[in-house]
Design a binder for this molecule. Structure first.
Ligand code: GUN
Ligand code: ZN
Length: 484
């Protein structure tokens, strides 16, 4: 029993995997819609029909509810919600972060979650505010860690308990939290207290916090990004290695009359048409949707369709190896997402370690593509080329008799022997007309080649157009420039 996770395909640090909880299986990445028993716009049974394999609800609400408490204890959560997939329960920590206190202890909430037959239980962790200073974050993390240790001690190592990773905005505390939950044996690790960071569009901070936590969480653990509900950021989070998301946003947005798209949301009053392929949008006019007495429910269904479709899109991208292209596309929807994407690219050295070796393709989509993991890896591997004493790198591809070897040049990667012409990434990369950024990056490949082959004399022939960039990037090789 317990919780286990298996990664089947990967791309960047993202995984398509299989989460096993007891006898139930969830394909990841996955979205867990949040169910509030008191306001159900879409029932768990309908969610199941939409292919939803796991949902999340709040055990604290059930424990405090006159209507539900006893019934759930006697009949079990699955019967009460009429749902036979995986049900994860949260502890009341969210209420703790909003109201400052809850009338339940760690072992009480865990016992309650066990007794209502929840599939995944969450201890009473403390979601540290991103505004908290270091001392507060450290103190709260220590309490969270004590409670996680207590959870293991009281309920045993096989109990299906999640180990939330806290630590505020402090990278070293997130690293410590990841290390400690791993040492305690947790295989299901939510990254916590990121809701306020995302609400404030602080995607750079999100990247710093998630990357720090992922550095020390076991690669064999399933990682849940707690409270991440907007589909525009799923691709970015998946690229960092988050496997699960939970969304209350589909319902909360609907109640506020907001219509989700993968590029951002609209107020329903701002929409001139319904730019979506789901059955709600194809069977209603925007006017009908706006004025329907069922508006909130219809919007919630649309929002769910968009959110679930994005998860499917991400799974396909991981299978193809085109997740970087999807991240690039989605992160241009908001300037702060673009800032997050650029921050992620600064972690390319770390991300390269888990990135796969071959992909369906590499599409160059602008300057950002120069920092991708495939470019970094290609340039690192140039040191493996066996070269003669005199080598020509020919931008125009023409060989010259007097050299032992002639290499071709493809930006943003750099020099390559013709034998690699059909292999990834040289053969599967599509680039537009050469621009300064990609040629500059390609020249760094030449520099890597020069530095890793001290016994080889490298000569580069290029047109006048690229000579300045080449001389700036590669200072110790002979340049023969030819008229454009
Ligand atoms: N929901 C959103 N964030 C959190 C968190 O940090 N901890 C718990 N338990 N639930 C959450
Ligand atoms: Zn729709």
């Amino acid at each position: 029993m317990g919780i286990s996770f298996e990664s089947l395909y990967s791309d960047i640090a993202g995984r398509c995997g299989k989460l096993t909880v007891g006898k139930k299986i969830v394909k990841t990445p996955a979205l867990l819609p949040v169910i509030n028993p008191h306001l159900q716009l879409v029932s768990p049974k309908e969610l199941r029909k939409m292919g939803v394999e796991a949902i999340i609800t709040n055990a604290y609400i059930f424990s405090q509810s006159k209507q539900y408490r006893e019934r759930t204890l006697s009949e079990g959560l699955h019967k009460v919600l009429d749902y036979d997939g995986v049900i994860m329960t949260d502890s009341g920590s969210f209420q703790l972060s909003v109201y400052g206190e809850v009338s339940i202890t760690n072992t009480e909430t865990l016992s309650f979650q066990r007794d209502i037959k929840s599939d995944i239980w969450v201890p009473l962790d403390i979601p540290t505010s991103p505004a908290a200073d270091r001392q507060t974050a450290e103190g709260e993390l220590s309490i969270t860690m004590q409670r996680l240790a207590e959870a293991k001690q009281v309920f045993g190592n096989d109990a299906p308990i999640a180990g939330p990773v806290q630590g505020g905005i402090f990278e070293d505390l997130r690293e410590r939290a990841g290390r400690e939950v791993t040492a305690l044996g947790f295989t299901f690790c939510p990254i916590g207290a990121v809701v306020p960071i995302m609400e404030q569009y602080r995607y750079r901070d999100l990247v710093s916090v998630v990357m720090a936590a992922k550095r020390t969480i076991s690669p064999a653990a399933c990682v849940h990004l707690f409270g991440a509900g907007h589909p525009a950021m799923f691709a970015l989070a998946t690229a960092m290695g988050c496997d699960l998301f939970d969304s209350a946003a589909y319902a909360l947005y609907a109640k506020e009359g907001r219509y989700m798209t993968v590029h951002g949301s609209y107020k329903i009053d701002e929409l001139a048409d319904l730019p979506c392929a789901c059955n709600i949008c194809r069977t209603h006019t925007v006017e009908e949707l706006r004025t329907s007495p069922q508006r909130d429910r219809l919007l919630a269904l649309h929002n769910l369709h968009v959110t679930l479709a994005e998860i499917a899109r991400i799974r396909q991208a991981i299978t193809d190896g085109s997740l970087w292209e999807l991240v690039d596309e989605r992160c241009r929807g908001h300037p702060q997402l673009l800032a997050g994407y650029r921050a992620l690219l600064l972690h390319n050295t770390e991300l390269e370690k888990t990135d796969r070796t071959s992909k369906r393709r590499f599409f160059y989509r602008g300057d950002e593509s120069c920092a991708r993991t495939e470019v970094l890896r290609y340039q690192q591997q140039l040191s493996r080329l066996r070269l003669g004493r005199e080598v020509l790198v020919a931008f125009d591809g023409g060989a010259r008799e007097e050299f032992d070897d002639t290499l071709l040049f493809k930006p943003p990667f750099g020099p390559y022997p013709k034998e690699l012409r059909e292999t990834f990434p040289i053969g599967q990369s599509e680039i537009p007309e050469w621009d300064d950024a990609m040629v500059r990056q390609g020249c760094r490949g030449i520099r890597a080649l020069v530095e890793s082959h001290p016994d080889t004399r490298v000569v580069v022939s290029c047109s006048k157009r690229w000579e300045t960039i080449l001389r700036q990037e590669v200072t110790d090789c002979e340049v023969r420039s030819e008229p454009v």
